[in-house]
Design a protein around this ligand. Structure first.
Ligand SMILES: Nc1ncnc2c1ncn2[C@@H]1O[C@H](COP(=O)(O)OP(=O)(O)OP(=O)(O)O)[C@@H](O)[C@H]1O
Ligand SMILES: [Mg+2]
Length: 322
């Protein structure tokens, strides 16, 4: 298994639950594991009955298990403040307010939310040397993955900027400081430096996702969830990223034969519908179903988490490089 493992899927299907269960399994096998959650509802805190924040924290009661929660709203805010700061160094004070307003507007678009979150993901991947396994309870979606094509786009932008800057360095200055110095000055340009840094960051993200990450999709046995899975597989494959397997979660149990009460009848019909959806999933998707998890009576936490972890037919051992 790769170092980075992502569990994607529609809202509420069980991404956080399955990620925590898989994280727990990795930790139980002695891998130092970090579970990274991004949902604003902070459900990792619910699963482990412990508050987590923006930095990794050891999960109490377990060895080798760490968790952190990234708050997307805070990320957008932080991202915005950072851009404002970088920009205000570059422009004249008279237009700082106008620029700030534009930056704020830009950060209200839905893409900004994903972009800020993805930035933080990349940070976590970069700073994860001390962990053997990092489990993300969401997977990058179409919008986020589009950011992976940024390096090519930035490259041509940077080239054009460098040319412009070279031209704009005053001829007198060139005469005074010489060609080589002028080149150096271009390289020192803070905007070009920033673009170059962004380009390298997204290059790193693309390479890491392609070489060191494995993707799973969690779904429930219903039509909406199946549709979302189809879309997510399409999005990932557009960027050369394959889905290793599907986790079908929240499967209703079948009542015993002979039980005929209203509740039992409902459950039987529900079970039959889900059975049909699972058949559809098996038939339609080439990706294997790596777990079929029963719907529990209660939320999955505590000992139940170990039970769910045992139901995951997903390898844990890290990839051995030869
Ligand atoms: N197999 C199960 N049996 C019973 N309850 C479950 C099961 N799997 C998940 N749940 C419960 O369903 C709710 C949603 O699960 P979870 O938070 O893992 O979903 P999610 O995909 O992470 O949601 P979100 O998209 O909101 O982040 C939680 O209350 C969780 O305890
Ligand atoms: Mg969640």
């Amino acid at each position: 298994m790769n170092k980075f493992v992502f569990f994607g899927g529609k809202g509420g299907v069980g991404k956080t639950t399955v990620s925590c269960a898989y994280g727990l399994r990795s930790a139980r096998e002695g891998l130092k594991t970090l579970v990274v959650s991004t949902d604003p509802a902070h459900s990792t805190s619910d699963v482990f009955d412990q508050q987590f924040g923006d930095e990794p924290k050891a999960v109490e009661g377990y060895d080798d298990l760490w968790a952190m929660e990234i708050d997307p709203d805070e990320e957008v805010e932080r991202h915005m403040q950072e851009i404002k700061r970088t920009m205000s160094d570059q422009v004249s004070p008279s237009i700082v307010n106008e620029i700030d307003r534009q930056i704020e507007l830009a950060h209200r678009t839905p893409g900004a939310y994903e972009a800020a979150l993805f930035d933080r993901f990349i940070d976590v991947m970069r700073d994860s040397e001390e962990y053997d396994r990092v489990v993300f309870d969401t997977s990058p979606t179409g919008g986020t993955l589009r950011l992976l094509s940024l390096p090519d786009f930035l490259e041509s932008w940077i080239e054009r900027l460098v040319k412009k800057r070279e031209k704009s360095i005053d001829l007198y200055e060139k005469a005074a400081i010489g060609e080589r110095e002028a080149r150096k000055k271009v390289a020192d340009d803070p905007i070009i430096a920033r673009l170059t840094e962004r380009k390298q960051m997204f290059e790193f993200a693309g390479e890491t996702l392609r070489n060191d990450a494995t993707f799973f999709l969690v779904l429930n046995p219903d039509e909406l969830s199946i549709r979302e899975t189809r879309r997510a597989i399409g999005d990932l494959s557009e960027y050369g990223l394959g889905v290793e397997g599907l986790v079908v979660n929240k499967i209703a149990p079948e009542p015993d034969a002979g039980e005929e009460g209203t509740g039992a009848q409902y459950l039987r019909q529900r079970h039959d519908t889900e059975h049909e959806r699972i058949r559809q999933i098996d038939e339609e998707f080439p990706e294997p179903v790596v777990a079929r998890i029963r719907q529990r009576v209660e939320e999955v936490k505590g000992d139940l988490l170990d039970d769910v972890a045992a139901e995951l037919d997903i390898e844990v051992a890290p990839e051995v490089s030869v």
